[in-house]
Write a protein that binds this ligand. Structure first.
Ligand code: MN
Length: 499
């Protein structure tokens, strides 16, 4: 992340003479300085000299497109920059674009304003000319409106920058798939070739024996040291403590974590999947190993779910350093009451401890499916508060991103017999509409659950990827949603190759 940068490109033309252009350059550098000082923007904004001709515009767009560290550009028309000059540059630009519609000075200087001032500060129409061309060319972009020194504008730019980081990760990501898909399951599967074309990430298959080969390389010291980390970090159940009847399961779990971690590091994978049906020589379904790898930033999807795995990795990159955790999740069971209904989210094992409230307990229990030994897992509750659930599905002719805004609540009971991490949430606008909408939209049972990111991030992400976004929030009505889904069916069919 330290090497990544956003380029700041100011558009103008030669019409105004060198004095005005010098002032434009000075002001732009001042804006860049201000943005770099903002706590909301996680990476460096790099000032680029003002572009004044079609050639200069094309050159900076080509450079941005080929520069590995540049993950996006912010454009601003301080003065007027006739937009036909931008056609070629925008045609070749392949990085995300954020159009900052701002003005150097916040307020009109009522006493001193004259025509020179007006000509220097004309983004109010300069940015509209530029915006028209982007619309005419059907270019996806983010538009941020407001004074550049305000918290709101800097936060919007910062959020977009985070999404650009996630998109950059998506484009270069390698997903390792250990085993195939859970047999006969539809939504976790999909078109991996189309995904690579659309999103950049690759998904390739490996076998549990590849992990076992790495497990065999780990020394007794490595295993002992990791078991010690478990002892120090979690509340171990009695069975797992020294002398406990299932202590060996903890040692086996540590071996699996070491092997899996080594396998992922060697292959430069930052996301993976597994499935309980293809475990081979692995004694347990990876539980604590997967949970700890997710906590370290790896993407994960259970039962071969490579889309959720890649999505989790991208969202973890976006949320890096932010408050709140991000985890693999599944809609598991319901709590219906006459007043209100809730979803309990969980999985067989693999919920990320970044969403844990307090110190997780480390436990071992039978799995009930898969026919392997009892897996070790971290068990915890998640804190109350707002979050979103995000699902990426393959509809056959396109990908759709679905978001449901939720409010996590404290469980109404202690859940002493539930051996998995869990979250209870109130889905917006209510369970009836949320679940109806989700099912109509074809949303998966697997999701990415994040307390750190909001719908706005997902909106920017869908724009960058050129895919459909369906949001279920407090304003959702089923009749409107049906119309939206029908309209999108036509839209994405017509523009499939342009987006
Ligand atoms: Mn599942």
């Amino acid at each position: 992340m330290a090497e990544k940068e956003i380029w700041f490109v100011t558009g103008s033309q030669h019409l105004y003479g060198p004095e005005t252009l010098n002032q434009v350059a000075e002001n732009s550098q001042e804006v860049v300085k201000g943005l770099n000082a903002s706590k909301h923007i996680p990476i460096k904004i790099v000032y680029k000299p003002t572009v004044k001709t079609p050639q200069e515009i094309t050159d900076v767009c080509l450079e941005a497109s080929s520069n590995k560290n540049c993950i996006g550009i912010i454009t601003w028309m301080h003065t007027f920059s006739p937009a036909k000059m931008w056609i070629k540059g925008l045609s070749v630009l392949n990085k995300p674009l954020c159009h900052l519609h701002t003005q150097f000075n916040a307020q009109v200087p009522w006493e001193s304003i004259d025509m020179d001032f007006m000509n220097l500060n004309q983004s109010a129409h300069g940015d509209r000319e530029f915006g028209h061309m982007m619309t005419r060319m059907r270019k996806n972009r983010k538009i941020v409106v407001g004074h550049w020194q305000t918290d709101r504008v800097q936060q919007k730019l910062g959020n977009w920058t985070r999404v650009a980081l996630g998109w950059d990760e998506f484009q270069n990501l390698k997903v390792a798939r250990l085993g195939d898909n859970m047999r006969e399951v539809a939504v976790t599967d999909g078109d991996k070739v189309e995904a690579q074309f659309r999103f950049g990430f690759s998904v390739n298959g490996y076998d549990s024996s590849d992990v076992v080969a790495h497990m065999e390389k780990s020394s007794q010291e490595d295993i002992d040291a990791l078991v010690q980390v478990y002892e120090d970090s979690y509340e171990l159940s009695d069975k797992l403590k020294v002398g406990g009847e299932q202590r060996q399961s903890l040692v086996d779990a540590a071996k699996i974590e070491l092997g899996l971690r080594s396998f992922l590091e060697e292959g430069n994978f930052t996301a993976f999947t597994d499935t309980f049906e293809n475990l081979g020589e692995l004694k347990q379904l990876p539980g604590i190993a997967t949970q700890r790898l997710m906590a370290d930033g790896y993407g994960f999807g259970a039962e071969g779910d490579w889309k959720t795995s890649a999505l989790l990795r991208a969202l973890k990159v976006m949320a890096s350093g932010m408050e709140g955790g991000t985890s693999f999740m599944e809609d598991y069971t319901y709590h219906f009451t006459p007043e209100k209904s809730y979803v309990m989210g969980s999985h067989m094992l693999e919920i990320c401890p970044t969403i844990s409230e307090g110190k997780p307990s480390c436990e071992v229990h039978p799995l009930g499916i898969g026919g392997k030994e009892d897996p070790v897992r971290l068990v915890f509750n998640a804190p109350a508060g707002p979050a979103i659930n995000v699902s990426l599905v393959d509809l056959g002719n396109r990908f759709r991103l679905i978001v449901n805004e939720v409010e996590a609540v404290k469980p109404m009971g202690e859940l002493p017999n539930l051996p998995v991490a869990r979250v209870l949430w109130d889905a917006k606008p209510n369970l009836e509409v949320a679940a109806t909408g989700w099912i109509l939209a074809g949303g998966a049972h697997h999701t990415v659950y994040t307390q750190a990111l909001t719908t706005e991030f997902m909106e920017d992400f869908a724009e960058m990827a050129g895919i459909e976004l369906v949001v279920i929030d407090k304003d959702t009505s089923i009749r409107n949603l049906k119309d939206q889904l029908n309209a999108n069916e036509t839209y994405f069919h017509l523009f499939k190759n342009n987006l």
